[in-house]
Design a protein around this ligand. Sequence first.
Ligand code: CA
Length: 657
Amino acid sequence: MKNRKRMAAALLLCASLLLGACGSGASVPKGESASVSSDTLYVRKIENLPEDFILGMDVSSVLAEERSGVKYVDFDGTEKDLFEILAANGINMIRVRVWNDPYDSAGRGYGGGNNDVDAAVEIGRRATANGMKLLVDFHYSDFWADPGKQFAPKAWAGMKIEEKTEAAYAFTKESLEKLRDAGVDVGMVQLGNETNGALAGEKTWFNIQYIMGAGAKAVREIYPEALVAVHFANPENAESYASYASKLAYYNLDYDVFATSYYPYWHGTLENLASVLSSVAEQYGKKVMVMETSYAFTPEDSDFSGNTISDGSAVVKNYPYTVQGQANSVVDVIETVNSIGGIGVVYWEGAWITVGTSSWEENHEKWERDGSGWASSYAAAYDPDDAGQYYGGSAVDNQAFFDAQGRALESLKLFSLVRTGNELAPAVDALEDARVRFDLSAEIVLPETVNAILTNGSREPVNVEWQIDEAKIAEMKSAAGVYEIAGEADGRAVRCFVTTAELNFLLNGGFEDGTTAPWVIIDRGGADELGIEKNPLNSLDGECNLHFWGAKSGSIDFDAEQTAADLAPGTYQFSVSIQGGDAGEAEVYAYVKLDGEVVATAPLTITRYNSWSTAKIGDIAFTDGRTLTVGVHVKCAGEGSGAWGMIDEACLNVQRG
Ligand code: CA
């Protein structure tokens, strides 16, 4: 089957040769994409973007996709070689993952493109033919390596670290020799993929650095001009990144580029990304870049195999799931990396689209046969717990730069247009869902406007009509919960999520007033920062939170408390949430005081960014004439660059039942 397809492709090639229009990329002026223009895509010009700034695309799945019959189609409807389309739109580097031996004992591919060295050579040839460099991503595994798994290749099983180091050197050298012999223009080689403290089955830096060092040595010998990169994930954990960089420095690893994945829906803010990368760049004198990023152009799945993000599965408040939203997300990443002197941004698997639109069964047959899904069932022996259970198709078909029919999306043009700008008059791109919250005893009034998100990313209020009646309002007031109301604005559908809750007897419990009043802050340690932060991404709900940070050890030592006014006798419950990091040894808890004496506490924990800890204290008996105070106690020794965190959503409610 595979061979027949290859023959058909060869025949096509000959036919176009006869017509004088052949040669993949022959018609594309190398390194030029001046002809890219768009009537609809807004792209901000990124100032001072160096000519050689890497705008890369990982297309590791492309050969398997083509085996499954996927075709790529240019904006004008012409079917073209994927690499030609990418080069013409400003992509200057192609990334490819390499697995040592992604096949079972019967020679059946594990999937995910079945990306062995031969696949990398083929992809590299086509990239080179179209004037793009190749970025080789050695996983040093037989299948996916990421923070969750770093299995050693089958052939390295049982090896001691000395033998494994030798094997890593030999494998890297042989692979790169094959690429060199094929004339592939390799621009960068990475030693492991998302190696957060593990690589090829090794879990100590002492051993990891031997394998990385062996890889680096081979790169320097075979491709002395290429950059050597290391690659990690989870930049939201600044302390982990500082630790990886310091370990590599301690072991004196020979590398040039410290790279990170940055998926906006998982990996924290752009400000944090800039700060994490620039501290490594400054402290260790390394080049930095984003090795993987992506964003959805639609919430819809098109291949019957679930996606990593879809409507409701991720909270990303900055960008809508539209073609323009996808472009804006990537432009912001490029701008951020460039602003700190980073060398590039690579988009992950921008061409991994559906292999069919009829049924799971039909697609499944192709995924098994061609390796065009993320995993085939044949991967079960190597990765029984994940691939063995959940094998299937593409989890990023809604994050590609091609639609389900293979036609290029307008957003692909961003890679060229960031250099020139395409600052069209902003138009409405999407509407932002409204979110409101009411106490059960309050009158429910829905907002008169919702935010339109414009193509340039800005917001503008537009009038809205909600489909709501008295019966629905009565239902929402009858029980605490979240209710979805449909509406229409600017000719488009929009939703309002109404949360009804027990009356909160605290004032400014979510810090949304933008000030700390009427909270009383008792700052014993002398924090560097202790006040309101306005940032929805860092807040549990709404826009604001009570933020703290103290660089000096022990400087985070404070209470934030509030005495409830006008309480009726009854039984109450208090809850509050916290997130943060670098706490070191810490004593953090919620408390309740009656007449100034602590009568109950509940522990809170500070672990990492975006991991909220909630404390709840119930059975608080309040009678007339007493004073009820609730609060949070935070005391941290601090580590790294100092303890930090956010407190949000403090509630004091009547306890029922
Ligand atoms: Ca999918």
